[in-house]
Design a protein around this ligand. Structure first.
Ligand SMILES: *[C@@H]1O[C@H](CO)[C@@H](O)[C@H](O)[C@H]1NC(C)=O
Ligand SMILES: *[C@@H]1O[C@H](CO)[C@@H](O)[C@H](O)[C@H]1NC(C)=O
Ligand SMILES: *[C@@H]1O[C@H](CO)[C@@H](O)[C@H](O)[C@H]1NC(C)=O
Ligand SMILES: *[C@@H]1O[C@H](CO)[C@@H](O)[C@H](O)[C@H]1NC(C)=O
Length: 353
């Protein structure tokens, strides 16, 4: 009986797994000296190899990528409070003063939060840089209106007088705020780091996987949490193609899973550090601020844990060469050199194809 069941699963696996591309690291046999990924039609395997020096693997089509020279410099990226050499390193109208970008002072005109110096935000009522709202103060519509270690607890999407700046990771389970979805969201205002709409939108205990991670899957319905919270809610994550040679799929992590918690605890460290207060309101979670004020080893540890938490399904069974071309920031954080770029945002969009 057991044998029959295992055979059945193996057959089912083969058909469904076949929808994921298969990747294999190779050195020889590439069509072109600058090719870093190509699909071999006869084997249906994507062969990959890392690019040399300052070249990055850029996707030309879903089955072909090429090594292209990485532009080593992007101007106007550093927010007020982050490091710089010249004005051109700094965002918008900021200038470089004593190697730190500086925004406009209080009561200056502004077009964006990025125009204002550390400790200020661009007040939408009169487009003027004013002091960020302190914890416990009303009047916010978004996190950027509050001091860097607090977010906007929204009770009304139209009236800021109903909303309050609340310390991150301070709200107990079942405290109310609007805007959480039925499927659950990461939310830094909640002590648990998670919220969900369970009839009302509330902070909620963070779900963890029902099965031991990594969980191999065929579709989203395999990726279920343990029952959690007062009403025993079951949440799900998504089933994603791993970047491996067996076309296997894995469930992405739940915010209560241990690998995710390693990242989450570093987010908490950053928020509790005074360093988060040293940058522009929009830069509170940016790589530029963290790199300027945290040690490079801590920054790297953060980057490593973040990539692993967000891209677990892709990374967990992947060869080094796939990591190197798909997640260069993560790869750099694994060895000794340092990385650049914006973190927190836009990570989930990273993929080969
Ligand atoms: C090699 O790559 C270049 C640049 O993409 C392309 O123009 C050329 O056709 C490729 N050659 C082969 C043999 O694929
Ligand atoms: C491989 O298959 C793709 C899609 O079917 C096709 O466009 C391409 O020309 C094929 N390449 C070779 C080398 O046969
Ligand atoms: C803009 O509004 C803020 C907050 O009400 C106030 O403190 C500031 O003086 C105003 N600035 C100007 C130029 O009116
Ligand atoms: C849960 O699974 C459904 C489909 O079964 C999917 O549409 C949804 O996005 C999944 N939820 C999350 C949080 O990934």
């Amino acid at each position: 009986m057991l044998g029959v069941k295992i055979l059945f699963i193996a057959l089912a696996s083969r058909t469904v797994f076949a929808t994921c591309p298969s990747y294999q690291c190779e050195i020889k046999g590439f069509p072109n000296q600058s090719t870093c990924l190509y699909l071999d039609n006869s084997t249906n395997i994507n062969y990959v190899r890392p690019c040399k020096d300052n070249y990055a693997c850029v996707s030309i089509s879903s089955t072909f990528s090429e090594c292209q020279y990485q532009s080593p410099y992007t101007p106007n990226t550093q927010v007020a409070g982050a490091s710089c050499s010249y004005d051109q390193d700094c965002v918008s109208t900021n200038t470089c003063v004593n190697k730190i970008c500086k925004g406009k002072p209080i009561y200056s005109n502004c077009l964006s939060h990025l125009d204002c110096d550390v400790g200020l935000y661009c007040y939408p009522g009169n487009m003027t840089c004013v002091n960020q709202l302190k914890k416990g103060y009303i009047g916010c519509m978004e996190d950027a209106h509050c001091v860097n270690d607090a977010g906007c607890q929204v009770f009304s999407s139209s009236n800021p007088q109903n909303n309050v700046c609340t310390e991150y990771f301070s709200l107990a389970d079942y405290e109310v705020m609007i805007g959480c979805s039925q499927s659950g969201d990461i939310n830094y205002l909640c002590k648990s780091g998670f919220c969900a709409n369970v009839g009302t939108s509330v902070c909620h205990p963070a779900p963890e996987s029902a099965k031991t991670t990594p969980v191999i899957c065929l579709k989203d319905s395999y990726c279920l949490s343990k029952p959690i919270g007062a009403s025993g809610m079951i949440f799900n994550t998504t089933c994603n193609c791993g970047f491996n040679d067996r076309s296997e799929m894995f469930c992405s992590l739940f915010p209560g899973d241990s690998v995710y918690n390693e990242y989450d605890s570093m987010v908490r460290d950053w928020i509790e550090s005074d360093d988060i207060l040293k940058c522009n309101t929009y830069g509170r979670f940016g790589a530029g601020c963290m790199k300027t004020h945290w040690s490079s080893s801590k920054y790297k540890e953060f980057t490593r844990k973040m990539y692993k938490a967000y891209n677990y399904a892709q990374i967990i069974t992947t060869d080094d060469c796939m990591i190197e071309i798909s997640f260069p920031e993560y790869f750099k954080a694994l060895d000794t050199s340092s990385g650049a770029g914006f973190i927190f945002a836009a990570l989930l969009g990273l993929s080969l194809v």
